[in-house]
Ligand binder design. Structure first.
Ligand code: UFG
Length: 341
């Protein structure tokens, strides 16, 4: 008799995917994780197994590969799917829009086809606060309108949400989680983010600079309309992001309706400036960090942070880690991959 529910995690070797697999295993789910390993490494999968002391099914599969996805669904009975598999670099998406539309939209199309064919109804989608652009009101709540996306990456998230909203009539029940700025790493220091090349995102740039891989951090702009002039973001620990996915699955499991499309902000509700983050990093790690103020980065939103009321009420979810812990964990991970004591 089947008593454990099985979740398919696409992009399961990725940054948020791998941390979510840990939360799922710890919550008693059986997991099948798939990933191309194009932008991650098998050591992350092994790290998840060593952290949890549990085994799970990992397969090197591309969601765009229809035959492989068909085979996967025909040989497994999934109760739900968490779809992380997507490209996520804003800069790269501006340079290679077709790559982004093809991968991020195409993989969702294939996934929805097989879910429909094999009558798997429940889907958690990996969305982003980028769907809001620069909101008129902050903290931003889920009712804020979408502004024109600043990048093809943002456009794929907007479009995927629209597609999923329409899928309600096809019997696919969806929770879309709009992440703010996920940072940090697993407290064990065994897994974390593996940025490719020069990081675009703030925290990997900070930790690589502290580790001596980069000479200096540039803070992009100190003339914004914010208390210290640098941009304001809602930084959230990746394990808090991960735990919300388990709650999202349980939220769908508890619903009997066959038409569900719900969006939730996934942030802490606290706006932190880039300069505040830099100072906090120095404070919690005791490391010196070379940084300078540079010009604004084109396309950056001045300030955005979440109103997390909806997710807190619906899931009983709240962030467990604060900024200092998130940065300490990010630094611990960076030291591990660089072999720093
Ligand atoms: N920043 C710097 N220096 C850097 C890197 C970043 O000052 O070297 C600043 C940025 O200007 C911004 C803030 O740090 O003000 C955060 O920048 P990130 O690149 O870390 O993140 P974004 O807020 O730009 O978010 C983007 C997308 C999200 C996506 C996220 C993670 O908008 O959708 O990257 O990939 F989820």
């Amino acid at each position: 008799m089947k008593n454990k529910k099985r979740v398919l995690v696409t992009g399961g070797a990725g940054y948020i995917g791998s941390h979510t697999v840990i939360e799922l295993l710890n919550a008693g789910y059986e997991v099948t994780a798939i990933d191309t390993l194009e932008r991650s490494e098998i050591r992350i999968v092994e790290g998840v197994k060593s952290i949890t002391g549990m085994d799970f099914d990992f397969q090197k599969i591309d969601c765009l590969d229809e035959a492989a996805m068909e085979q996967l669904f025909s040989s497994n009975q999934f109760d739900s799917v968490i779809h992380f598999a997507a490209y996520k670099s804003v800069n790269e998406s501006v340079e290679k829009p077709l790559l982004y539309y093809k991968n991020n939209i195409g993989s969702l199309m294939v996934l929805l086809e097989v879910m429909k064919r094999y009558q798997v109804h429940d889907l958690i989608f990996s969305s982003s606060c980028t769907v809001y652009g620069q909101p008129d009101q902050i903290p931003v709540d889920e009712s804020a309108p979408f502004k024109r996306a600043e990048s093809p990456y943002g456009a794929t998230k907007q479009l995927c949400e629209r597609i999923l909203e329409d899928m309600a009539t096809e019997g696919i029940r969806v929770v879309s989680l709009r992440y703010f700025n996920p940072i940090g790493a697993h407290p064990s220091g065994i897994i974390g983010e593996l940025p490719i090349g020069v990081p675009n995102n703030l925290v990997p740039y900070v930790t690589q600079t502290a580790a001596g891989v980069r000479a200096q951090l540039t803070v992009f702009g100190n003339d914004y309309n914010t208390p210290d002039g640098s941009c304001l973001r809602d930084f959230i620990h990746v394990c808090d992001v991960a735990s919300a996915h388990v709650k999202a699955i349980q939220f769908l499991e508890a619903k009997s309706s066959d038409k569900i499309f719900e969006t939730f902000n996934l942030g802490t509700g606290v706006g932190v400036s880039v300069l505040e983050l830099v100072k906090k990093f120095i404070e919690v790690t005791g490391v010196t960090l070379q940084y300078k103020i540079g010009p604004r980065r084109p396309g950056d939103v001045e300030k955005v942070y979440a109103n997390p009321q909806k997710i807190s009420t619906a899931f009983g979810w709240n962030a467990r880690y604060d900024l200092g812990q998130s940065l300490a964990h990010a630094w611990q991970w960076e030291k591990r991959i660089r072999g720093i004591q």
